[in-house]
Each structure stands twice: as structure tokens, then as C-alpha cells.
Design a protein around this ligand. Structure first.
Ligand SMILES: [Zn+2]
Length: 259
């Protein structure tokens, strides 16, 4: 009997050893612009699936939404920095010259990121926050500010844009201040389309970062059903796919890189 138990234990250890060697994909679910549909639809879906997301907020959070975002943070999701006023060149600034990044300098941009960090600290009490470039633009007033942001020490990790092939596999050469993501921007996207991105990350043993905006509402909308189907898939493939916040994923990758 003792021999049988020993054999059983040895077999178990062997199976465990093989499993831990298999490549695991990492998926990060990020949501930009502090949209109501994220609070009302995306977050309840995430919570029901026991999955955590990263929410890039702006200075337009207010007396009504701040308590809700605070609860989101307490629940294990990540709140992150997307500047105060979302300065960029695109029409999404609605022609307000104050928010046009052509009129910004690197100094005014970094100051704004610092102030948003302070606002986030007041909301969640977390000491450091990750960042996403507004409209995925890495320049203001025609000047690339990636290295200034790096030197400022305001953020350790920053997310840029990319297409549906933006799965990261070359961790060695990954710039933590320019981490690519797939900007999901089509209303016609369905669950299979979202899951295909996860499968690419699985095949490559890579990191896949989704960039969502509206979920079942607002703009650049991912249908609520498609989002739910993605979460169902992630839940069903927990053994092969790890879902982390942006901060967690980067901490674990950069930790591995430095070792
Ligand atoms: Zn944005």
C-alpha cells in the first residue's frame, strides 16, 4: 500500500512538473476614458467571471463616479492614468483648442500626468499608476515625450496602440514605456473575433493586451455579448491563459527579464 501511495505521489509530481513548464499566455483587459458603460456593463461582467481589468481614467471622474471607481479598485481592478484632459490631435477632442495636444509642451503634458497621478491616489490610495497615451499618440506639440516620461519617473509602464496582431512575444526588447495593445474599434466585432486574439497569444505563449472603450454603450463600442463571450472563454481556459491587470503583467514580465 505504501508503495502504491509513493507511486501515486511520484506520478502526480511528474504531471505537475510538466504542467508548470507549459507556456502560459497572459491576457490584459484594459478600458479607456472612464466610460459609464464600463461601470454599468463591463465591470459587472468581469466581477461575475472573477476576472480583473485595468481602467485608464481621466480627470472627468466626479462626485457620482468617484465612489464607484473607488469600489472598483477595492475589488481588485486597476485604476490607471489617461491624463486629466485627454489631449490629442484627433477630432475626439471636439475641437477644443485647450485639449489639442499641438498646443501642449512636454512640460505641460508631464505636469498633467503628475496631477492625474495625485487624483488617482486620492481615489484609490495606490502609490504608483500605469499610463495609456491619449489617442495612442506619443508626441505633443510635435515632440516625442516617451523618454521624458521615462526620466520623470511618473509611471513605470505605458500602453500604446496596435492592431489585432499586437501579441507581444519578444519580452527582452519590450519597452515598458511603449507596450503595444490591440485597439478594439469595430462595432461589428463579435466574441469569436475577440477570442481569436487570445488564441494568438496562446499559440505564441505571449502577452495580449486588449484596449476597449465602450462595452454595450458609449463609443468605439464592443457589444456586451461579445465581451461576455470573451470572458466566458477566458474563464474556461484559466489553465492556459492568465488574466492580469496591466501593472501585474508588466511587473511579472519585467521581474522575469531582470532575473
Ligand atoms: Zn482615450
Amino acid at each position: 500500500m505504501k508503495k502504491l501511495v509513493l507511486l501515486f505521489l511520484m506520478l502526480n509530481f511528474t504531471a505537475y512538473g510538466q504542467q508548470s513548464k507549459s507556456k502560459k499566455a497572459i491576457i490584459v483587459l484594459t478600458y479607456d476614458d472612464a466610460l459609464a458603460s464600463q461601470l454599468d456593463i463591463a465591470i459587472p461582467q468581469l466581477d461575475a467571471a472573477h476576472l480583473k481589468g485595468t481602467f485608464f481614467l481621466m480627470g472627468n471622474i466626479n462626485q457620482i463616479t468617484i465612489p464607484r471607481w473607488r469600489a472598483v479598485s477595492k475589488n481588485g481592478h486597476e485604476l490607471a492614468n489617461h491624463t486629466l484632459y485627454h489631449p490629442c490631435l484627433m477630432s475626439s477632442v471636439k475641437g477644443n483648442p485647450a485639449n489639442n495636444s499641438a498646443n501642449y509642451t512636454v512640460y505641460t503634458m508631464l505636469r498633467e500626468i503628475a496631477e492625474m497621478n495625485n487624483l488617482l491616489y486620492a481615489v484609490d490610495g495606490v502609490m504608483s499608476h500605469t499610463y495609456a497615451y491619449p489617442c495612442t499618440e506619443i508626441a505633443v506639440g510635435g515632440v516625442n515625450y516617451v523618454d521624458s516620461l521615462r526620466k520623470s519617473g511618473l509611471v513605470k509602464y505605458a500602453r500604446i496602440g496596435g492592431g489585432p496582431d499586437a501579441v507581444i512575444t519578444d519580452f527582452k526588447n519590450l519597452d515598458p514605456l511603449q507596450v503595444p495593445s490591440w485597439g478594439v474599434a469595430a462595432d461589428s466585432i463579435n466574441g469569436d473575433g475577440l477570442i481569436a486574439f487570445v488564441k494568438k497569444a496562446q499559440q505564441k505563449g505571449g502577452l495580449g493586451i486588449f484596449m476597449f472603450h465602450g462595452v454595450g454603450g458609449d463609443y468605439l463600442t464592443t457589444p456586451a455579448l461579445a465581451h461576455q463571450q470573451l470572458l466566458n472563454y477566458l474563464q474556461q481556459h484559466r489553465d492556459e491563459v492568465e488574466v492580469m491587470t496591466f501593472q501585474q503583467a508588466m511587473d511579472s514580465l519585467m521581474g522575469a527579464k531582470n532575473n
